[in-house]
Each structure stands twice: as C-alpha cells, then as structure tokens.
Ligand binder design. Sequence first.
Ligand code: ARG
Ligand code: ZN
Length: 874
Amino acid sequence: KTIYRKDYTPPSYLVETVELGFDLDPACTIVASRVQLRHNPDSKSRDLVLHGEAIELVALRMNGRELNPDQYIIDNNILTIRNAPVNVLLEIETTCVPMENTTLSGLYTSGSGFYTQCEAEGFRRITYFPDRPDVMARYTVMLRADKQQYPVLLSNGNLLEEGDLGDGRHYAKWEDPFKKPSYLFALVAARLVCQEEKYKLKSGREVLLQVWVEEGNLDKTDYAMQSLKNSIRWDEERWGLELDLDRFMIVAVSDFNMGAMENKGLNIFNTKFVLANPRTATDIDYSGIEAVVGHEYFHNWTGNRVTCRDWFQLSLKEGLTVFRDQEFSADMIGTDSGRAVTRIDQVRTLRQAQFPEDAGPMAHPVRPDSFVEINNFYTVTVYEKGAEVVRMYQTLLGREGFRKGMDLYFERHDGQAVQCDDFRAAMADANERDLKQFERWYSQAGTPVVSVSGHHDGARQVYELTLRQSCPATPGQRDKKPFHIPVAVGLLGSDGKDLPLTLGGKALGTTAVLELTAAEQTFRFEGVAHAPVPSILRDFSAPVVLEYPYSDEELLHLFRYDSDPVNRWEAGQRLAMQRLLSLAQAVLDNKPLQLDDTYVAALRAVLTDKELDAAFREQCLILPSETIIAEQMEVVHPQAIHSARQFMRHAIGTALRAELLQVYGDNATPGPYSPDAISAGKRGLKNVALAYLLVQPNTEAVKLAGEQFAAASNMTDRAAALSSLIHSGADAGKQLDAFYTDFKGEALVVDKWFAMQGSAPHTNVAKVRELMKHPAFTLKNPNRARSLLFSFCNNNPSQFHAADGSAYEFWAEHVIKLDALNPQVAARLARSMDRWRRYAPALQIHMRHALEKVAAATPLSNDVMEVVSKALSN
Ligand code: ARG
Ligand code: ZN
C-alpha cells in the first residue's frame, strides 16, 4: 500500500505522558504501558488510533475499565477505539519475543543483551501507540531484568532510581524531561562496561558522558569519547547550541541495521562507528566515527528538539544533520585544503550513489511524495542530496545569513514537529529573501544538468557565460521547472591566476556566486581583456551535472592552476574520464589501448608537487570508479569499463613508477599512530602509490607490500597492503590467513577480511559462495552480510555482471534469504539492480529474470517488494 504526503491528517489524539514497564526476558518480554491521551482539537476524528506490530495484546483498559474485544478493532496492525472520550487513560499489556526478532527493529537481542531501534516505525513493535513523529510525549520507563545477565539498564534521560527486586532481578527507573516522538525511545539491558567522564560545558554546567561497550572493547572507546567532546564544543561554538541533558550516553551494539541512532540522551551505535584503536581501525574508520558521533549528537537539536511532522519530512532532520556533521569534520581539520578534501569526498559519494539513485527507478525528491515502506527512504537522496540543499542556503545567504536562519528556526520551532517548508521559511524570513523557487529542490527529483558556454569579446573586453539548465524526467515527474541554482564561478588568466570579477559594475572578488533561476541566463563579466578559462561550480556549489565543452588544454590549465582545490581535482577527473570512456570504447571495438603522455605528465606534476597536501594528491590519483564511469555510458559494458580502467592504472603505474616509489618512501609515518588529517593523508597517498606499483604484480612491488603488511604498526597500513595485494591478483594466501588468524576475535576486522575479498576483481561468484561457507560468515549479522555480499554486488562490477548471469542468480537467492531474516537489509541489497536497464541487452535479460524471481517470492516484505517492483516497472 502506497502512502501519500498529500494525505497527511493531524493525529486525533495527543499523548501527554507515557509510563512504560518492561519485564525483560529474551523469550517473552512483558510490556506494560500507561498512556495519558487527550483529544486533539485540530482533528475532527474521535477514533483513537494505535499502531502495533508483531506483539501480542494481553490486556487493554480505558479509563480504568477493561475493554472487551468488541470495543476495539485490530486490523492490519492498527488498533482503533471508536468514539473515545476527550481524556483517555490507556493501560496496555503486551508481550514480544526479542530473541526471535531478527529484523533488528523494535526490541531485539544482540549477543547477550537487549537493544532497541525505533526509527522509523519500530516503537509499534514494542507496544500499541500512536507511532508517528508528530505525537510528542514525556516518558518514564521502568526496566526490570535479571541482574547477573543484564547488570546495566539504560533508557532515555535521567536515572531516577535503581535497586534490587529479590529473586535475582533488579530494576532501574528512568525519566526523560523532554517531550519526544516515539521513534526516539530507547532502552538497553546488557552486560556492558563504560568509559565515562565529567565534561564542563561553556556555561559551566557539568555533564556526564558515557561510552558503553562489551567487556574487552574498553580499549577502543577513546576516539568516540574524544569525538563526542569535540561535537559538544563545536555545537556550542558554531551554532550556540548547548547539550540540554545532564547525562549523555553512547552504546555500541554489533547487530545494527544502519550506522547509529540519535535516541534522546541514549545514542545507540553500530560498533563500526564507535570502536577503534590503531591495531584494529583504519583512518577511514576513525573519520567515520568522528562523523557519526557528531551526526547523532547534532540530532539532539536538529531532529530531537525540532523534529519532523511526518516521515516525508525526513530530510528536514537528516539533510540538515548531515550538513552539520560535514561542517564539523571539515572544521576539525581546520585548514582550507583539508576542508576541500572532505568536500571532494562528498562529491564522490554523490556521483557514486546519489546521481545513480536520482536517475534510476527509485528516484525521489528530497522530500518524497509517496512511499510504500519508509525504511526504503533512508537514502543518499534524503541524506546527502538533502545536505547539499542545506549547503546551498549557506552558499546563497552567506555563513552569517545562514546562522541567522538557523537561530530563527530554533526560536520558532523548538519543541515542535515541523516540515521542510518551515526550515526554508526561517531561512527566507531571517534574511528577507524570497526563496520560493528554492522549494523545487525539495519537490523535484532528478539531477539537474547545467550546460555552460563562454564567449569572449576582445573589443568590448567582455566575457559572457551563458548557463542553461534542464532536468531529466524521473518516475512520476515528466516535466521539471527551473531550479534556483547557485553557481560559483572564477575566471583564470593565462598565467593561471584568478581574474578580479566585475558584473554590472560591481566588483565581486575572484569567485562570484551566480544565481541561475531561469532556464537560460547570460552573465556578462566586464574588463576581461583576454579569453579566460572558466572555473565553474567551484567547491561544487550545487548538486548538478556541469557540462562545458572544455578542451584538453583548458582542463590541463585548471588542473595545474585552479585556486579552488575542488575544481582543480575536478579538472583531473574530467581529463581521466575522457580517456576512460575512449579506452572503454576501444576495448569494445577491439582496438589497441593507449594512454597519452600529456595526461601522465599532468598527473606526475601533481604527484610530485610537495607544496600540495598529501591528502589532495591522493584524491587526484584516484580515477573515477567503475560505477561512476558506467553512469557516463549510454549502454554499460562492465567488463570493458573494468579493462579500460585497469589498463589506465597499469599505464600510470608503469610510467610513474619512479615517482610513485619516491612518494611511497617520502610519506612514511613513523612513530605512534595518530588519526589526524595530515598523517592520514600521508598514509592515504603512500597506499595509493603502493596500489599503483602493484598493478602489474612485479616481485619488487609485491615484496614492498609484503614488507608493509608484516611491519605495519596500524590497521590502515596493514589492511591497505593486504587489499592491494589481493586486488592486484598477486598470491596473498599466506597474508590472508595470517590476517584472519591475528584478528579472528575482532568482528570489525573480520568484516574487512571478507570485504576486501568480495570486491577483488578476481573474486567470482563461486569464490563468494565458498567464502560464505567460512565458519565466521553469517547472514544474520548485518555488518557481516554487508562485508561480503554488498561488497561483491556493489563494488565488484566486472564479476557481478558476469556474462552468464550467475551472479544475478546469486543476488536473487540472497535477497530472498535475507528478506526472511531482515527486510531492511534485504531491501538494501535489492537496490544493487537499480540501474539494470542501462546494461547491454544480453545482461538485461538475466537481470530481469533475477528481478522477477525476487518479485515472485513468497512471502516477500513490503521493503523488498517496493524496490523490485519499482525496478521492473520503471
Ligand atoms: N536517524 C538515524 C540517523 O541517521 C538513522 C536511523 C534509521 N533507521 C532505520 N531503520 N531506517 O542517524
Ligand atoms: Zn541522521
């Protein structure tokens, strides 16, 4: 059943208070709920509607009187009490079975503990409740459980009381002083230990910070704690937002569907985004922890204090909070070049995942108009494109103007459940700007294309840029209206320097933000004596595809001189992409492959330029991924793309061998490991160099990698050495075994071990099936399932798209298997087939077949059904 945004109606009843009592038992947990409700004057209906799913109703009392089954209706997971009084006290008793809850939504067990995940609609798997975000209430929670097995009992807010119950059980009573929607409820009951610290806020108030983990992981909590403290400080300094609780807890759990969850005062995290020490975690893991700890903490204001009216507004909190965590990570590095590298990463994510989503069968606006299963809409569009939309306000209004808008947003909406439009109104009103047209970023799906042409008039000393915009059709949206697009532009002279810009007599510095609002607009720069090279869409000022007929010479000029590091990198990517596409064509035409010296020379110049940050040089060395190349092709031939990219890597590795060796040696990071951006950048550059040196496994490079693997004092260097060895096709059996033996007790490292094999180009589907027989493999743990299956289906295109369709069959089989355990995870895997209509016809036949097989499976969750049926019909 499809749910539409336009059908929103206010809740018929509002909840004042909720008292929850839990008798925790893995095989049968009893939940007693006392809910004080009041009729909502904004609603005409007197039907009291409660959601409930996969729970057993034991008793239901209204205003003190037991209700008989004929006094309410339960249909389709909805319990309705007709014509209820204005004031209602409900007492509800239900049971559930946490140990059989493999969906990881609601209350479930992981290892030997109890955990919850309620966003988006998991609370209804705990008790009957109006489980919608616009119903905000105050919660008191009583937890009772066996003391031996579950010594730690946590819930939202403040601990009121704890003690023994006799018979080996104990209790803890928690109270959350803030009103919250049910999706922010959480409890944890487990055998855990914590790192804790008292932390002084800028106001002088002291708060208690805790990071809870399983025993044995206490040596991996420092970075999460440090990141939490940095987040608290940053939110105070950059936005004036203070932590509103006396206690803030992070709990790590190894079975978790997503990254983490911002439950009020009790953030629950996938272990992947908490646990780190130099031995087990890579630089990328460390930066992921910083970003996700920040993200969840920042939700306390953007998400919890101000929440969403309905789930169509999800990007209101997610887009904004991703933007905030991006800015946090950038500010933590602190340098302009470091900030640019984080921006380049964001651009890469958009192109790798969001642009394809926006062009495929699941395309949806940042604020969707409809969905079947809301869990399918926790997407790169809602999150990352949503963050780009927020960033564009800041680009249009300036940092100060944006801050004014944020202040007004909180002033108006603290304690409320609101819509994306309310955020836009706050931005507009605080700055007295008309942002009406900007609304289209929320309502229209698809990636806009901005085509630019330049014209220089030497006699008048005028340089004209003409910008045209269009947006491809997406499912259900044929015609698109023009967007309000900020296009940051600079002009480079022949010396590579930025020209001072003048538009309409106004001096604009060296980067001007052009506001493209019409289908076509021309901007006239004055006082331009010689034809410049335009640097367009600086800092990736809008999530669009930019078309400009750049010549090689112009791109080489930008790659050499652009003062905007993002566009400098971008010029290199364009140079590479042109070559990759013609190489792929040459593969298809059976023509000889060649790489020109000009490109290699340009890359050499960047590689050896010691003025440039290592992290930036690393970014420039990374070629567009096979997925990104595929998006550029009318008809996708994965093997041709793979051969083309491999050839180019080989040619670069061979031509720049001496320089790569030099860079490899220059960027060692001796001494104790530190995850800071400078050190991480050096390791990144060094390890990319190593991967290039290994493209044609030669004894010298294999030896180098083997030595690095054996001598590495941190996981970054160890995993990079092993991964490059495997990916090069060298025989790394010995190292793979050693790695597994050393780390078999570290689940997150075992995930890496599976993931690097799943994505290695010589790992075919038979090999994956063999790996699945490994004793450490299980489909039940999402991280483990993702490590092998997702890395194979999403990051190993030349094998996933094997000509005989065997990997598609494998995909179908495992989507169905996973669906029986965990529909959310299964539906993610189902997305691997999104772009099937773009592949060569022979592959499409197999792909359709696999999709149909999944669509016909019974039973099938709504989650997977929505994904495959959209793929088949669009
Ligand atoms: N709000 C969480 C975050 O972005 C994501 C939780 C989503 N969970 C889910 N089952 N869809 O931080
Ligand atoms: Zn979030």
